[in-house]
Design a protein around this ligand. Structure first.
Ligand SMILES: Cc1ncc(COP(=O)(O)O)c(C=O)c1O
Length: 259
C-alpha cells in the first residue's frame, strides 16, 4: 500500500501505473513498458526536453531569494513574459506574479478580486476544475474532482465552499460528444448578469469537463461580467504558454456566430 497521500487526497489505495522515467512523448513504466503520454498536463514540451532541462539547471544554479528581495532574474523573467506574450497590449496588462501551482495562482487571483471589490461571491461555469486548494477548490464544481475530499464529505457531496459560488451554464453544444447546437450564447446566458451581480470575479477555463468552445461564449460571459462589475479571470493552466496554438486560449478567434 502506498504511503503517499496523493493529489486530490484520493480515497483509494490502488496506485496508478508507476512511472520511472520519460523521454519526449513517452513514459517509461516500472514494468518495462513504454507508454505514450497523452493525458499529462505538465508535459507541454515533452519529457526531458533539452531546452527545459538546461533552463531548470540554470535556475538551480542561482541564489535562493525570498520575496522580500529584488531578484534581478525574476524581474527579467516578468519583462520577458510581457514581451513574448503581451506585446502591444500594454494598455491593460499591469504586472506578472509567479506561482508554484495553478491552484495557488487561482486562489490568489480570486482573493485579490474579493479584496478589490469587497464582495465574497465568485462565479464559474458548470463542470469547471480550477484546483484543489483554497478558493480554487471552491470553484471546482464537479464532486468527483474533489477526490477523497468529496468522499469524506459524504459520498459525492462537495466539501463546504469557502465563498458563495455562482455557476453559469456551460456553452450549449460544446461538450465533447454532444450534438452540435448553435443556440446563441445570449439565449442560454440570459440570466448571467443577474447571477454575477454580487460576484467579485468570474473565472473561466477552456477545456475542463470536456468542454471546448469558441469565442462567442467567452465574449458573452465577459460582457455580462463587465456589466456586473465582476473581475474576469482567464484560467489558462491547461491552455496557456502556447499549448492551444496561440499564447492564450482566451484570445479565441472572433466568434462566427451572430445573434
Ligand atoms: C483548468 C485548471 N485550472 C487549475 C488547475 C490546477 O492546477 P495545479 O494542479 O497546478 O494546482 C488545473 C489542473 O489540472 C486545471 O486543469
Amino acid at each position: 500500500m502506498s504511503r503517499l497521500l496523493r493529489t486530490g487526497l484520493n480515497a483509494g489505495d490502488s496506485a496508478p501505473m508507476a512511472v520511472v522515467g520519460g523521454e519526449g512523448v513517452y513514459f517509461h513504466l516500472s514494468d518495462g513498458r513504454k507508454l505514450i503520454d497523452g493525458s499529462n498536463t505538465g508535459g507541454g514540451l515533452g519529457h526531458r526536453h533539452p531546452a527545459m532541462v538546461e533552463a531548470i539547471r540554470r535556475a538551480a544554479d542561482t541564489p535562493v531569494v525570498n520575496e522580500g528581495w529584488t531578484w534581478v532574474g525574476r524581474e527579467q523573467a516578468a519583462d520577458d513574459l510581457m514581451t513574448a506574450a503581451f506585446s502591444g497590449e500594454e494598455d491593460w496588462v499591469g504586472a506578472v506574479r509567479f506561482c508554484i501551482s495553478g491552484s495557488e495562482a487561482n486562489d490568489m487571483a480570486l482573493s485579490l478580486c474579493q479584496a478589490l471589490t469587497q464582495r465574497s461571491a465568485l462565479a464559474t461555469r458548470e463542470r469547471a476544475y480550477h484546483g484543489i486548494t483554497g478558493l480554487s477548490r471552491s470553484m471546482t464544481v464537479q464532486p468527483q474532482w474533489h477526490g477523497g475530499l468529496a468522499v469524506h464529505s459524504g459520498g459525492s457531496k462537495l466539501p463546504a465552499p469557502m465563498a458563495p459560488v455562482r455557476i453559469l451554464p456551460a456553452p450549449d453544444g460544446a461538450i465533447y460528444g454532444a450534438p452540435a447546437n448553435n443556440v446563441p450564447p445570449r439565449e442560454y446566458l440570459a440570466d448571467a448578469t443577474r447571477l454575477l451581480s454580487d460576484t467579485a470575479a468570474t473565472i473561466i477555463d477552456y477545456t475542463q469537463g470536456g468542454i471546448y468552445y469558441d469565442g462567442a461564449y467567452q465574449d458573452e460571459v465577459a460582457r455580462c461580467a463587465r456589466q456586473a462589475g465582476s473581475y474576469w479571470i482567464a484560467d489558462e493552466v491547461v491552455t496557456g504558454a502556447g499549448r492551444a496554438g496561440r499564447w492564450f486560449a482566451s484570445r479565441a478567434p472572433k466568434a462566427v456566430l451572430t445573434s
